[in-house]
Design a protein around this ligand. Structure first.
Ligand SMILES: [Zn+2]
Length: 73
């Protein structure tokens, strides 16, 4: 192995590390994590880290609003 090979190997190593350190673009689940649902999650939503299908996410947001503390008045 000459110095050029070494340099290339080193570069590849850096790339591997960079890729490993980079946050994964798709951290979401493949399927809705809500019990008894299990609907597949669209790739676009998965890419945003969604763990629930559209229906369950919408329901969760409505629930959150319902239970959210409101300002008096
Ligand atoms: Zn769901």
């Amino acid at each position: 192995m000459d110095s050029i090979d070494l340099a290339q190997a080193r570069q590849q190593d850096d790339v591997d590390h960079a890729l490993a350190a980079r946050p994964k673009p798709s951290t979401g689940a493949d399927f809705c994590t809500v019990e008894d649902c299990g609907e597949p999650i669209a790739a676009a939503r998965k890419a945003m880290g969604a763990t629930r299908c559209v229906a369950c996410q919408g329901r969760a947001e409505r629930e959150a609003q319902r239970w959210a503390p409101r300002a008096h008045g």
